[in-house]
Design a protein around this ligand. Structure first.
Ligand code: ACO
Length: 401
């Protein structure tokens, strides 16, 4: 019997690295992560500074263009994005084909993929100008698409974009506004959500971004590639974790029940994991979780609300961080641990959480896609495998089997 793994290791034909735990798939100048130190930089700027001082539009410009914009560049970029917020009217018909109780991520996979049927010019990926227009279209339309998915699920009429509002203010109005009634954007909520978008904008070669790059490496159009990214993000081990984390906190309920769930998370015979805990790259506190925890307090103070689940989350974190199992495995809260508490306080239903993640991550996806397509040495992504099936054998007619 040939040990295929040993053979490949000895001949050095290629690397066997399931889950890509130690294989770089590309080079990139966008985002730097030091997982041991808990550092995240976009184009060199620390995520904490961007979350505190910048805006989602500015970070989007930074990721796409490599530098922070001047005041004029930022106004021009924001105007360009604003110009593209509308959806083709025929897409309304498309929405109405979904079941009312469809998950917003299912709707977003479908609608974003369908954009290629509406914007034929953006499917010419050989032209850098068209690539940038496609990127702007995707960034601009994502809030409209996500808000419409929400409106459809609750049986309310769609709200058209109001381009006098900010990117995030406009999204809040399209989601929570009602036709013919004025909607006043709460600036603290707008800022908090904008900050959540910044925290989710990019995270180098995570599963969904790698999916976008792999899909794009074949020359597929950008809408199809982003739809693939949305599909990958949906999984509970990735973007779906924010929904799963809040559901878990609701299931735990009160702090006295935490030890039971900690014991379950440590039990190898129980598939239960602490959702919102652990990360492939961070072996330290996720710097995004720090900002997220602080934002929860700001939103609660502004809305004059509290949520007992926040107390449960804080205590869960403290207990886990002092437990040898979590210490030894370097499992810390990640970006998803606290985000659900804020989104829920703002009024988003749990099913929308991952859709908001997709909205924000679209910027990273298109920036990474542009970077890849612009690279003259770019090749189609084509991982190899270790074959473990039968050796060659002869076909037997059915009466001989
Ligand atoms: N709760 C309990 N144990 C955990 C957890 C957790 N949340 N996460 C990892 N572990 C344990 C595993 O059981 C494993 O133990 P073992 O070595 O004894 O087998 C060890 O820690 C390593 O875990 P892996 O799954 O091998 O680590 P990997 O890097 O593949 O997974 C992941 C990272 C998927 C994020 C994992 O930590 C997890 O499932 N976390 C919960 C889901 C979650 O929060 N996902 C969001 C990630 S952030 C994002 O996508 C934006």
């Amino acid at each position: 019997v040939i040990d295929i793994r040993k053979l490949y290791a000895e001949t050095g034909k290629f690397t066997y690295d399931p889950g890509f735990t130690s294989t770089a798939s590309c080079d990139s100048a966008l985002t730097y992560i030091d997982g041991d130190e808990g550092v995240l930089l976009h184009r060199g700027y620390p995520i904490g500074q961007l979350a505190e001082h910048s805006s989602f539009m500015e970070v989007s410009y930074l990721l796409l263009n490599g530098e922070l914009p001047s005041s004029d560049e930022l106004s021009q970029f924001s105007r360009t994005i604003t110009r593209h917020t509308m959806l083709h009217e025929q897409l309304m018909t498309f929405y109405r084909g979904f079941r009312r109780d469809a998950h917003p991520m299912a709707v977003m996979c479908g609608v974003v993929g369908a954009l290629s049927a509406f914007y034929h010019d953006s499917t010419d990926i050989s032209d850098p100008v068209q690539r940038m227009i496609a990127s702007h279209r995707l960034i601009a339309k994502m809030p409209t698409i996500a808000a419409m998915a929400y409106k459809y699920s609750v049986g309310q009429p769609f709200i058209y974009p109001d381009n006098s509002l900010s990117y995030t203010g406009n999204f809040l109005r399209m989601t929570f506004g009602v036709p013919a009634e004025p909607y006043v954007v709460n600036p603290v909520v707008e800022r908090a959500l904008d900050r959540i978008f910044i925290l989710h904008a990019d995270h180098e070669q995570n599963a969904s971004t790698s999916t976008v790059r792999l899909a794009g490496s074949s020359g597929a159009n950008p809408f199809a590639c982003i739809a693939a990214g949305i599909a990958c993000l949906w999984g509970p081990a990735h973007g779906g974790a924010n929904e799963a984390a809040l559901n878990m906190l609701r299931e735990i309920g009160t702090p006295d029940r935490i030890p039971h769930y900690i014991a379950r998370a440590k039990d190898k015979n129980d598939p239960f994991r602490l959702m919102g805990f652990g990360h492939r790259v961070y072996k330290n506190y996720d710097p995004r979780a720090t900002v997220m925890q602080q934002t929860v307090r700001e939103v609660f103070a502004s809305l004059n609300v509290t949520d007992p689940l926040f107390e449960t989350a804080l205590q869960l974190e403290e207990i886990a961080l002092n437990d040898p199992y979590f210490v030894e495995k370097k499992l810390f809260p990640n970006v998803d641990f606290y985000s659900g508490i804020i989104l829920s306080a703002i009024g988003f239903p749990t099913a929308m959480f991952t859709a908001l993640f997709a909205l924000a991550r679209t910027v990273g996806w298109v920036a990474q896609w542009n970077e890849m397509i612009s690279d003259p040495g770019q090749k189609i992504g084509r991982p190899r495998q270790l074959y473990t099936g039968p050796a060659q054998r002869d076909y037997l007619p059915v009466d001989k089997r």
